[in-house]
Design a protein around this ligand. Structure first.
Ligand SMILES: Cc1cc2nc3c(=O)[nH]c(=O)nc-3n(C[C@H](O)[C@H](O)[C@H](O)COP(=O)(O)OP(=O)(O)OC[C@H]3O[C@@H](n4cnc5c(N)ncnc54)[C@H](O)[C@@H]3O)c2cc1C
Length: 434
């Protein structure tokens, strides 16, 4: 008898990892993939913009690969409704797709602020492959690009813009850049670094209007002044794709609420990735972590449970790692925990900054900034992630870190952190490269 009929909704990181895992675990049940877009990785779109890779490299599974996995597909189709009683998904062409179990991996969509004129053809999001193609076609070596929003996603595309455009201005409504990724001291360092490299930064600034001006656009600020741009990139936040679930009975908060098996409140409906609200590994709270590693791990755990294994997920680690204009920046876990004990230090000559946050002996969060290419930063990113993720007891090492904050290798090795993390292959088997 063939296994269960699995329906995977969404062909991003979570959906594709789920398909791969089902087959890797020997599940031979029918798989139906329903997805608005063909399989590709959003995370590599910045490299496409920078012309480091071409479109085929953005693809994460070819038709041939999906054939080999025996995946029946409905690409270009959207789910518009879910009937959990009848176990059927309603598609935008009116067709129903029946399932034994369903994985919702619909990711998130970019938000546009309600600024009059923001719908102009020269205002782009940078969330989908189509967005990336639009920007890539429009951008030119002498263009002035205005990026609205100075968060993690903006910073992932910063190198591409600097390579392809003449001038960049970053506008952020919060009083400083990267408000949800690093602290005030870190943001000050990054701001100085970017200004020295010719980037204009306007923080604490609100755009009230965008209007056509000659061949380009004019952006007016709440203060009354304005700037002209050849194109505008909006990186002003994202929202999980949940709207189509209205009336389905699936419980949601910011995302679909899932348990440690990535299961929703309905037994045979799972959720993974940006659309799922699962456990934060450090705090235990349920949160949406809209990052690639969470999507991959969620997809694999959900699939393992759909394949009949009972595998619990320890929770996802919030992390943002980006290198922009020659500066490495990373934050992990509860980097903004106001109640934590803090060790922080700067090494101005290296433009380096470290911040470690402790609850008791446990490092619950960390921030790292350092000019890219320093061997310290490359290694330290991995070690800091390991220390926060493993939750090892660093009580005996706090005074060492206070005295030598840039020397984390010793505590990392002495606490055996690598050995603690090695057995963690999420589903008990290594994850093949995507
Ligand atoms: C420019 C950029 C750079 C990034 N860089 C990084 C990075 O450096 N590090 C990092 O950790 N993360 C990064 N991310 C975030 C990362 O890409 C996402 O967290 C990840 O893609 C989430 O995977 P997912 O499978 O949950 O959703 P997605 O990859 O968004 O996939 C969702 C899928 O669902 C489909 N879909 C949506 N709605 C429906 C519907 N109603 N019916 C049918 N199909 C639907 C979509 O077409 C898509 O196939 C970046 C994102 C962008 C845009």
């Amino acid at each position: 008898m063939a296994g269960k009929r699995h329906v995977i909704l969404g062909s991003g990181t979570a959906g594709l990892n789920a398909i791969r895992t089902l087959r890797q675990l020997g599940d031979d049940g029918p798989i139906v993939l329903v997805s608005a877009e063909a399989p590709y990785s959003r995370m590599v779109l910045p490299y496409y913009l920078a012309r480091r890779i071409t479109e085929p490299h953005v693809t994460t599974a070819t038709g041939r690969q999906l054939d080999e996995w025996g995946v029946e597909r409905q690409i270009g189709r959207r789910a518009e409704g879910l009937d959990t009683q009848a176990a059927k998904l309603r598609l935008d062409n009116g067709e129903d797709v029946a399932y034994d179990d369903l994985l919702i991996a619909t990711g998130s969509s970019a938000l546009r602020p309600p600024i009059p004129g923001a719908e102009h053809a020269r205002c782009f999001n940078f969330w989908t492959l189509d967005d990336a193609k639009g920007v890539s076609k429009t951008i030119s070596p002498d263009a002035h690009v205005v990026m609205v929003g100075a968060g993690f996603i903006s910073f992932t595309i910063l190198n591409g813009i600097l390579e392809r455009a003449g001038r960049l201005t970053i506008v952020e409504v919060a009083p400083r850049i990267l408000p949800r990724m690093i602290d005030d001291a870190g943001a000050a360092l990054v701001t100085d670094w970017l200004i020295e490299r010719g980037v204009t930064i306007r923080a604490g600034a609100e755009i009230t209007r965008i209007a056509e001006q000659g061949q380009g656009l004019r952006l007016t600020f709440a203060e009354g002044d304005s700037i002209d741009a050849d194109l505008v990139l909006m990186a002003t936040g994202i929202r999980p794709n949940l709207g189509w679930l209205d009336g389905s009975g699936i419980e949601t908060n910011q995302g679909i609420l899932v348990d440690e098996y990535l299961r929703s409140n309905v037994d045979n409906v799972y959720a993974a990735g940006d659309v799922a609200e699962g456990r934060n590994r450090v705090t235990g709270a349920r949160e949406v972590h809209a990052i690639e590693p969470t999507a991959m791990e969620h997809g694999r755990i959900a699939a393992a449970n759909m394949a009949g294994k009972k595998i619990a997920y320890p929770g996802s680690l919030l992390m943002n790692i980006v290198s922009a204009a020659g500066l490495d920046m990373a934050s992990f876990g509860s980097w903004d925990d106001d109640g934590a004990e803090v060790i922080a230090a700067q090494a101005p000559a290296r433009r380096a900054y470290r911040k470690y946050l402790f609850r008791g002996g446990r490092m619950v969060g960390a921030i790292l900034i350092e000019s890219a290419g320093e061997t310290w930063s490359g290694n330290d990113v991995g070690m800091l992630k390991g220390l926060v993720q493993s939750g090892v007891d660093l009580s005996a090492w706090k005074s060492h870190l206070a005295e030598r904050p840039f020397e984390i290798k010793k505590p990392y090795l002495a606490t055996g952190t690598t050995a603690r993390l090695l057995p963690e292959t999420i589903i008990g088997q290594p994850s093949p490269a995507m």
